[in-house]
Design a protein around this ligand. Structure first.
Ligand code: ADP
Ligand code: MG
Length: 289
């Protein structure tokens, strides 16, 4: 570096400390998109987490398959795969991995936080209870399934999934408290049962479920009120608006491109523990300054 002018000690020392902080973070796989996020991160006292792919590892597998209205399991799986073929959601990956059956050609309309509507020879809807209910589809006794599938307006069946918590989730939550994060909340688009199970196993006190992307924004805005700063950590398309709204949005690097673009900090190592590293480094940088 060639320093051409240095009118006072502060002009060079402060940017250099930020530069060192950003550099040290990058060695740990944490991409911080500017010095101002280090300043904000150091004073945050509130954190909110997405569930699927953030506090869970996002490697979903189909747990149980339920059929309805005379559809066979293979018809259900082929229809679900047809709808999910272009989606990057962990649910889509689990469905596509579960079958080798061929798919139809058509158009895909993915609705963040709700599911996919496919229009081809048949119209296939694959998504949440809310999405299918809004289309007036009778869910019979399958309303508890995380994902439901309708073919040409008729319920074909549903799926439940297994999704493992990240092994270090509870430990990270404990360390965050030690780092001065007083208020920790789980915000998820998933149903009540899965949300409560994840919150319990991660030891997260506050939990809200069945949330649309805009509901996550409402919660982050509410949390900002009266706090010294809110961190939101997420991975999905559905998390992008909340990532932008938070004082510091953090995206899991293994997640979607839109989450990484919307975030202020990207955790490239697909590890939740780096949330704590980022806070620790920010506090150390401000101490140096
Ligand atoms: P989370 O907030 O836990 O990451 P999402 O907001 O991504 O969850 O999804 C909420 C719910 O919407 C899922 O549990 C599922 O029912 C439905 N959903 C979202 N995306 C898809 C998809 N691609 N295929 C099927 N269902 C989906
Ligand atoms: Mg997610």
């Amino acid at each position: 570096i060639l320093v051409a002018a240095c009118p006072c000690a502060l002009v060079i020392s402060v940017p250099l400390a930020f530069f060192a902080g950003i550099g040290a973070a990058s060695k740990k796989g944490i991409l911080i998109k500017g010095g101002k996020f280090i300043e904000r991160l150091a004073v945050c006292d509130t954190a909110a987490f997405d569930k699927t792919g953030t506090v869970t590892d996002g490697s979903l597998k189909i747990d149980r398959i339920y059929t309805a209205n005379g559809f066979s399991e293979s018809e259900l799986l082929a229809a679900a795969k047809t709808a999910e073929l272009t989606s990057s959601h962990p649910i889509a990956k689990a469905i596509c991995a579960a079958t080798d059956l061929s798919t139809d050609d058509g158009e895909y309309n993915e609705i963040a936080g709700e599911g996919v509507i496919f229009s081809g020879k048949r119209r296939i809807v694959c998504g949440s209870k809310r999405l299918l209910e809004d289309m007036g589809i009778d869910l019979k006794n399958l309303a508890d399934c995380q994902v439901l599938v309708a073919i040409d307006g008729i319920l074909a069946g549903g799926f439940t999934f297994t999704d493992n918590m990240r092994s270090d989730a509870a430990d990270v939550i404990r360390k965050l408290t030690a780092l001065g994060i007083k208020n920790i909340t789980l915000l998820t688009g998933d149903n009540e049962k899965n949300a409560l199970a994840a919150a319990k196993s991660g030891n997260i006190e506050n939990v809200y479920f069945n949330l649309l992307p805009e509901d996550k924004v409402t919660h982050v805005t509410r949390l900002k009120d009266g706090s010294s700063g809110v961190i939101f950590v997420g991975d999905g398309i559905n998390d992008a608006p909340a990532l932008v709204t938070a004082d510091v949005g953090m995206a899991i690097g293994a997640g979607t491109d839109i989450a990484m673009e919307s975030a202020d900090v990207v955790l490239m190592r697909d590890s939740l523990a780096t949330v704590c590293d980022a806070i620790r480094l920010s506090k150390a940088t401000l101490r140096n300054i």
